[in-house]
Every structure is written in structure tokens, then in C-alpha cells.
Design a protein around this ligand. Structure first.
Ligand code: CUA
Length: 337
């Protein structure tokens, strides 16, 4: 091979590889990294991308060089020379991919094994998925239930999923993993958050009319802040004062994601405006107390005009004291509003 040809191949390869690297590195393809597992998954991803860019550069160089160097003259209508393969070349282009794919397999296996390995002092959280809401309960705090997933930073967290109706899928982009929730099966996911902040929890399995609304948040906080929150919530849930525990039930069940209620500082627009509950009840022709109770336990019974039907999950499994407190809280708050 002439020196000029080698230089041309190297030049095209470097240019193609450079452009591919710039596209991969300079554009923000990924959300921020907020878990140890996600960092390992990203490592695997970049390992594969580096291999892809190398192969892309080689293929682009050989292809572009050949198209230019071996092009036919405009008046050349003859057949090309017959070629009967090249054993040496075939061995090379079989061996190299075999080695690369095996390397990717080994790296992935190591990452999967490490991501599944629980740390010490694991925090267990039970996650319930239903059309169309998430709820999180903490066995270590008397099954305190919350509509947002609060987690301490730098601690091993084991999420255990149950689905009440259809298949859903739990996803926090910053944590980097997805887990399906399947009725009749118990699935788990291990996460070690390593950054404080608020990140979205998204359902990524088409699960019905309200699928796009099946979102909440995860708040990763310091261990001290998390302990403080657990303590304050356990106290609030056990409180006898209805206005205190009703507010906590409202907050813990994620009602503010969809509803507006001035007293709770909630401004959701998906579902009916709870400050107008007395008006809705008179339109429905029911006493306020019974109307609110029914709307929580069986939301499909009456749908206010202008709002989507069957989007709110029935909160039929809410313990009686919590339901009573929530109804009283909504009556008091909406009469003020
Ligand atoms: Cu639940 Cu989509």
C-alpha cells in the first residue's frame, strides 16, 4: 500500500471518529446521575459507545476511501474483477467482533452483579402501583404511606413492587433503572441514591387512560432530614387533631399532584378544584360529607363536568381514621375557600 493511501485512510478515519465523538460527548443525551447504579450503567454505555465509534471510524474510512479511489471511469462499462473471498480477512473480521462482544458481555455481567448487591443497613420501601398513582410505604416506620418517594442519600434502598390492577413500570431517569410492576408477582429494584435533590417518578408502561398522569416525585435527602421527616409523619398520622392528620393524609397520598386546594397550597389542574367542593356537591345533589367520601373511595361514581372520567384511582383501601380525617379536612378547607 502506498504511503498516500495510508495517510488518506487515517485522515478520513480520524475525521469521522472525531465528528462521532463530538456528537456523543458534546450533546446532553442523559439526565443527571443520581445513583451509584446509574453511574455503573453509564460506564457500560460509554464503553460500548467507544467501541462503536472506533468501528464507525474504520468503516467510514475504508468506505469513503474506496468509493473515491476505485471509482469507475465514466466510459468504463466492463465488469469488475471476480473476487473469491480472503480467508485471512474473514478470520480477522470474525475474531475482532467476537472479542469485543465478549468484553461487553463481561463488563455488563459485572455491572449487573454489583448493582444487585445490597449494601448494609438496607432501607425497605413497599411500592404500590395502581391506575393511576404510586404510593410508597415504609415498614420501618409502621408502614407510613406517602405519595412521594422520600429517600436518604448514600443508603442502599430496596423497593418491592406490587401492582393492584395492570402492569405498570417504575422509572426515575436519574436513577437509571426501570422495573415493571406485575399483578400477582412481587418485583424488586435496588437503588443507592448518591445525590440529594428532587427527581421525577414516571410510569413507563402504557396502563390506561391516565398513564401520562401517573407521575410523582422522589426526594433524596440527607439521612438526618429523612429521619426527621419519618418522625414528623409518624406523629402526624397518629394525631387526634383532624385538621393536622387530614392535611397529612392529603399530602401523603399525592392529592396535590392533580387537585387545587388553597389550604394545602396545592394547585394541580388535572382533577376538580377542591376549593369548589360545596358547589360540586350541590350540582351532584348530595350532602357534602357523603359526596366527598364517595368521591375518594369510588371516584367513578360522579365526574364533575369538564374533567376526565376514571383517571383518579379509588382510595378504597385508605384506613378508616385516615379517610374520616381527610373528609373532615376537605369539608373545613373547601368551606373556607
Ligand atoms: Cu401506570 Cu402507565
Amino acid at each position: 500500500m502506498r504511503r498516500g493511501s495510508i495517510l488518506a485512510l487515517l485522515g478520513i478515519g480520524t475525521l469521522a471518529g472525531g465528528i462521532a465523538t463530538a456528537v456523543a460527548v458534546l450533546l446532553p443525551w442523559f439526565p443527571d446521575v443520581a445513583s451509584k447504579e446509574r453511574a455503573r450503567i453509564d460506564f457500560t454505555f460509554w464503553f460500548v459507545i467507544a467501541i462503536c465509534i472506533l468501528i464507525f471510524a474504520i468503516v467510514a474510512a475504508v468506505l469513503l476511501y474506496s468509493v473515491w479511489r476505485f471509482r469507475a471511469a465514466p466510459d468504463d462499462n466492463s465488469d469488475g474483477p471476480p473476487i473469491h473471498g480472503h480467508t485471512g480477512l474473514e478470520i480477522v473480521w470474525t475474531l475482532i467482533p467476537t472479542v469485543l462482544v465478549t468484553a461487553i458481555g463481561i463488563v455488563s455481567a459485572i455491572v449487573l452483579a454489583r448493582n444487585d448487591a445490597l449494601g448494609s443497613n438496607v432501607l425497605k420501601v413497599n411500592v404500590t402501583a395502581q391506575q393511576f398513582a404510586w404510593s410508597f410505604s415504609y415498614p420501618e416506620a409502621k408502614n407510613l404511606t406517602s405519595g412521594t418517594l422520600r429517600l436518604p442519600v448514600d443508603r442502599s434502598v430496596l423497593l418491592t413492587f406490587t401492582a393492584k390492577d395492570v402492569i405498570h413500570s417504575f422509572w426515575v431517569p436519574e436513577f437509571g433503572q426501570k422495573q415493571d410492576t406485575v399483578p400477582g408477582l412481587t418485583t424488586t429494584l435496588h437503588i443507592t441514591p448518591n445525590r440529594t435533590g428532587t427527581f421525577p417518578v414516571i410510569c413507563t408502561e402504557l396502563c390506561g387512560l391516565g398513564h401520562a398522569l401517573m407521575r410523582t416525585e422522589t426526594i433524596v435527602m440527607t439521612q438526618a432530614a429523612f429521619d426527621k421527616w419519618l418522625k414528623s409523619q409518624t406523629k402526624a398520622a397518629g394525631s387526634q387533631n383532624p385538621s393536622v392528620s387530614g392535611a397529612a393524609v392529603f399530602k401523603n397520598n399525592g392529592c396535590s399532584a392533580c387537585h387545587t386546594l388553597a389550604a394545602a397550597g396545592a394547585s394541580g389542574k388535572v382533577g376538580p378544584d377542591l376549593d369548589k367542593l360545596p358547589t360540586y356537591a350541590s350540582t351532584a345533589g348530595k350532602p357534602l360529607d357523603a359526596f366527598i367520601r364517595e368521591s375518594i373511595v369510588d371516584p367513578g361514581a360522579y365526574t364533575e363536568k369538564g374533567y376526565p372520567k376514571n383517571v383518579m384511582p379509588p382510595f378504597a383501601s385508605l384506613p378508616k381514621e385516615q379517610l374520616d380525617a381527610l373528609v373532615q379536612y376537605l369539608i373545613q378547607s373547601s368551606k373556607k375557600g
